[in-house]
Design a binder for this molecule. Structure first.
Ligand code: GLN
Length: 496
């Protein structure tokens, strides 16, 4: 029999329903795997006792014939989602001891559907980063390594790097992530799994530690496109507690999966071949993706999204601006860390708390954001960025209105890089997001699907972008790509 940790969510649901194993068996198998691979640092806070209790409750519901859509499925939850009674750190020292008295809507929805919490997954501090190395708890490690350098540790991507590493290393059947500019799709690509950033508003942001409120969106990460569809169905839905969550119905995402791509038109945006060139191997994988969709019956057309080249600059004004405002609440008064010495006044406490509590990247973003929002610079930077953002969104709208159903691009400009070879200048790090931020600025759904291994033996994903609230077409095209790519490689870590 397949190892319990190797099952897909769909297979685990069938096995549980057929009573081949129990939810407790499934939880125990994952708890053992988490202990065996604790060195990956995928979890900031493992919660084995909670997992056992929740799994036992699942078994009781299964016995009574009351199983939900995610019944008994053990998950990693990115440590940005508040979990009632379980420490939620956002990867930061400033929230190092924060135990929320409430549950985020998305995680509550998952528990309502029967899912089981294995632990809180590692992430870049406040979800700011593309490598996991800004986590105050040390970065998670990618379970994949280069064929020629099996001992050199690679980053899992970020910010949802702990979630991606956990799913790829079989330390969870699925995980939640959040994506502000690529944080679900980029780590999914780096770790060889599927990850979907839904349309902005599809999932509630309530109870998720805020980074950039007009961009943040929760989404599923799992080993198959079908599993992503199952999880999304349980996570999504209108929430009166989040005024930006959309009052739209949640379709049965799994029903769309096997409809194929016959009759669909797939756009290939020429601007995703940057002036300085795309690496020939990423270009070749992208071309293979186009062929796969064509062979499956889709038509591909070249399109232009002319404002793409401004997306990264626009994002790195808007996201820090919103972050500087959101993170003003960590002042030593209301949440988490407080540094206060004898005789200190209020300002001393603010300064010392924030100096000790925030890491370098978070401080950089607060400074950039505060500058961009300050009187005199607001019009030149923030307002200008908002205008360009509208133009970027309009490029996509024009393409979807006139010629295409879905757009295919690479997810990332490179595969996972070594932890000891991390770019030291922030701008090089920001370039990781070049293919993911335009979708975020436009609020559109984007799915990364693993398609091939690079010459170094590392997974590489392709991204499918869809119309607002048309996750069904994105998932359907993703499923077609998954079938054609038949990506079955597993991290070498699992071979031993
Ligand atoms: N890497 C991007 C950043 O650092 C995106 C992060 C995210 O999507 N949360 O902002």
């Amino acid at each position: 029999m397949t190892k319990l940790t190797d099952l897909t969510i769909a297979e685990a649901r069938r096995g549980l329903a057929a009573k081949d194993f129990t939810a407790v068996d499934l939880a125990e198998a994952h708890i053992a795997a988490m202990e065996a691979h604790a060195g990956l640092n995928a979890y900031v806070t493992p919660t084995p006792d909670t997992a056992r209790e929740m799994a036992a409750a699942s078994d009781a519901r299964i016995a009574k014939g009351e199983a939900g859509a995610m019944e008994g499925i053990p998950l990693a939850i990115k440590d940005l989602f508040c979990t009632d009674g379980t420490r939620t750190t956002a990867g930061s020292n400033i929230l190092g001891n924060f135990v929320p008295p409430y549950e985020s809507t998305v995680s509550a929805n998952l528990w309502g559907a029967g899912a089981v919490l294995l632990g809180k997954a590692n992430l870049d501090e406040f979800a700011m980063g593309s490598s996991n190395t800004t986590s105050a708890f040390g970065g998670a490690v990618n379970p994949w390594t280069r064929a020629a350098e099996p001992d050199r540790q690679l980053v899992p991507g970020g910010s949802s790097g702990g979630s991606a590493a956990a799913v790829a290393a079989r330390l969870a059947l699925g995980a939640t992530g959040t994506d502000t500019g690529g944080s679900i799709r980029q780590p999914a690509s780096f770790c060889g799994i599927s990850g979907l950033k839904p349309t902005y508003g599809r999932c509630s942001r309530w109870g998720i530690v805020a980074f950039a409120s007009s961009l943040d969106q929760a989404g599923p990460m799992a080993r198959t496109v079908g599993d992503v569809a199952i999880m999304l169905g349980a996570m999504a839905g209108h929430d009166p507690k989040d005024s930006t969550s959309a009052p739209v119905a949640v379709p049965d995402f799994t029903a769309a999966l096997e409809q194929g791509v016959k009759g669909l038109t797939v756009g290939i945006p020429k601007e995703y071949r940057p002036d300085e060139g795309l690496s020939p191997e990423i270009e070749a994988i992208w071309t293979r993706g186009m062929e796969m969709l064509k062979d499956a019956g889709a038509e591909t057309v070249d399109i232009s999204l002319p404002h793409t080249k401004y997306a990264l600059a626009t994002y790195y004004i808007i996201a820090p601006a919103e972050a500087s405002s959101n993170l003003a609440r960590y002042d030593g008064v209301r949440y988490g860390l407080r540094v206060l010495d004898e005789g200190d006044g209020l300002n001393d406490m603010y300064c010392k708390t924030r100096a000790a509590g925030f890491g370098a990247e978070v401080k950089r973003r607060i400074l950039i954001g505060t500058y961009a929002l300050s009187a005199g610079y607001y019009d030149a930077y923030y307002l200008k960025a908002q205008k360009v953002r509208s133009l970027i969104a309009k490029d996509f709208k024009d393409a979807f209105d006139t010629s295409v159903d879905v757009i295919l691009t690479p997810t990332t400009p490179s595969a996972a890089f070594p932890m000891d070879d991390e770019p030291t200048d922030p701008v090089t790090m920001y370039l990781n997001d070049v293919f993911t931020v335009p979708t975020s600025l436009a609020g559109l759904p984007g799915l990364s699907v693993p398609v091939a291994l690079t010459e170094q033996g590392l997974p590489q994903g392709l991204q499918l972008i869809g119309r607002p609230f048309d996750e069904e077409t994105v998932l359907r095209a993703g499923r077609a790509l998954e079938k054609a790519a038949a990506f079955t490689a597993t991290p070498r870590l699992l071979e031993g």
